[in-house]
Design a binder for this molecule. Sequence first.
Ligand SMILES: [Zn+2]
Length: 43
Amino acid sequence: MAYVCAKCGKKVKLVDNFTRCSYCGARILIKERPNLAKEVSTD
Ligand SMILES: [Zn+2]
């Protein structure tokens, strides 16, 4: 499943438990969905 970074807006692919943007390091990713955007916060 593809996610979009909430900060830089780049597409982030999740690998196992690595749930953070590999570009800017943000930990807030948004599920890439047509209508329903869900925030996923990992700490
Ligand atoms: Zn980012």
